[in-house]
Each structure stands twice: as C-alpha cells, then as structure tokens.
Design a protein around this ligand. Structure first.
Ligand SMILES: Nc1ncnc2c1ncn2[C@@H]1O[C@H](COP(=O)(O)OP(=O)(O)O)[C@@H](O)[C@H]1O
Ligand SMILES: [Mg+2]
Length: 245
C-alpha cells in the first residue's frame, strides 16, 4: 500500500525560475491519478520528484507516513530505495538484451535466486501477454510489444507506486486504446497506486480516478473526471478540456 503526499512542494531550477510551485496533493492508496496539462507545465518534473530522480527544492514528499524528500529537513531517500516503478514515453528497453533479460534486469540488482527470478518474470510476462517472447530481441517486436516489455520491467519488482510518463504517445491510436485498457486492468488487479502523465485529455478522462490539471507549474484543479467536466474551475480548464471534443 502506498499513498503519496505533497506538501507545499516546489522545484526551483535557477533562483526565481520554478518548474513546479506550491504543489499540494494527496494521492490515495491504489488510486489512478493523471497529471494533465500542456507541455512545459511541470508534469514530468513532478513525476521525477516522486521517483527521486529530481530533488524538490521546497516542501515535503511522503509515502504513507515516511518522508522521502524534505530539503529543509535534510532528508532525501535515494531512488533505488523508494520501490517505485517507472515507464517512459520512449520504450527504454535495452536493444541488446532479449525480453527475459530486459524484464529481469531490476531483479538482477537484487540478487535473488535463479528460480525465483524465472518465476517472477514468467508471471509478469503472462500479465502483459508476452509469454513465449522471452528470447526475442526488441527489434523483433512491435512498438506495442516493446512498451509492454517496459511495463513488465516496471512491474516486476512489485513496486508500491508505478509512474508512467506519456507511455503511449509513440503508439498508433488503435493500439493506444488497447494499452489504455490493459494498463487500467493491471492497475486494478495489483491495486497499484499509479501516477500517469499525459497531455491527452481523452486519455486522462478515460483512465483516471482523479485528474490533476496543471498549468505553469501549479495545480489548477483536482477532481474526478465527472467533477472536472461538470465544474471546470476557470477558463483555462474549460478550454483545455474542450479541445478534445
Ligand atoms: N533541468 C532543467 N533545468 C531548468 N529548467 C528545467 C529543467 N527541466 C525542466 N525544466 C523546466 O521546467 C518546466 C517544466 O518542465 P516539465 O516538467 O518537463 O514539463 P512537462 O512534463 O509538463 O512538459 C519547463 O518550463 C521546463 O523548461
Ligand atoms: Mg513531460
């Protein structure tokens, strides 16, 4: 289980230049939350702060009761100790490794037994419907299959939180539809806390329990798809969500 709490979180790259500012949010355990907003609004930066790949300069981030980052309190938990999985837009699978080795990679760093590794990889490959593809190399897979490999690698450690940064942007629209359903299904099956970054309104509205609309590094509105559709807080939200229709 894991909930994520942001308290007055900020990321100031250069003095006076904020990528993210005054960010307050609670992501519930097992919730599917999307960060939605135009390019440059701070989505990726926020996601990377959850993973610990980026350090917030202000405020505090907690996983349940545990403080994972608090610069003023001089606390910072390293990314590899956060048990967070991540899937990026670019497939980010290693071209020289076959499917098995790509998916097993995070487990190798853990030094578990060979049998346990095989069992864990087999189980995850089954979930992403890639059983039987263990020996294929990425260049022998379609884009959708490569992205499933990336998804399997993000899941194999049984992370407490899975972060996805525009993971479907490179796929054609038919495959994107299918992957949206698959990802949602996996999220519900594992009861994962999932944070999904997208600039695609349709995607966010279709998949999420909760949508966080961002603009200029700040949260503009938080709500369920129905709440945001029914009561957009301002013209920015109104226009941004109407672009999709
Ligand atoms: N390493 C960096 N140094 C300075 N500014 C950055 C850096 N990374 C991102 N930014 C700035 O932070 C803002 C938010 O970027 P980002 O989080 O990538 O937005 P999004 O993912 O929503 O497109 C942008 O204005 C971007 O230019
Ligand atoms: Mg981004």
């Amino acid at each position: 289980m894991s909930q994520v709490t942001f308290e007055n979180v900020g990321k100031e790259y250069v003095s006076g230049t904020w990528a993210v500012r005054d960010f307050n949010l609670r992501i519930g355990d097992g919730e599917f939350v999307s960060f939605l907003g135009p390019s440059g609004c701070g989505k990726t930066t926020t996601l990377r702060m959850i993973a610990g790949l980026e350090e917030n300069t202000h405020g505090q981030i907690r996983f349940d009761q545990d403080i994972v980052s608090d610069p003023q309190g001089r606390k910072f938990i390293a990314p590899e100790k956060r048990n967070v999985g991540m899937v990026f837009q670019s497939y980010a699978v290693w071209p020289h490794m076959n499917v098995f080795d790509n998916v097993a990679y995070p487990l190798r760093l853990k030094k578990i037994s060979r049998e346990k590794m095989r069992a864990d990889v087999a189980e995850i490959l089954k979930i992403v419907e890639l059983s039987g593809y263990e020996d294929r190399r990425p260049d022998q897979l379609s884009g959708g299959q490569q992205q499933r490999v990336a998804l399997a690698r993000g899941l194999v450690m049984r992370p407490r939180i899975l972060l996805l940064d525009e993971p479907l942007s490179n796929l054609d629209s038919k495959l994107r539809e299918k992957m949206r359903r698959d990802i949602r299904e996996i999220q519900q099956k594992f009861k994962l806390t999932m944070v999904y970054v997208t600039h695609d309104q349709k995607e966010a509205f279709q998949m999420s329990d909760k949508i966080v609309i961002m603009n200029g590094g700040k949260i503009v509105q938080v709500g369920s798809p129905a709440e945001i559709r029914g009561q957009p807080v301002d013209d920015f939200v109104k226009e941004f969500i109407s672009e999709s229709n």
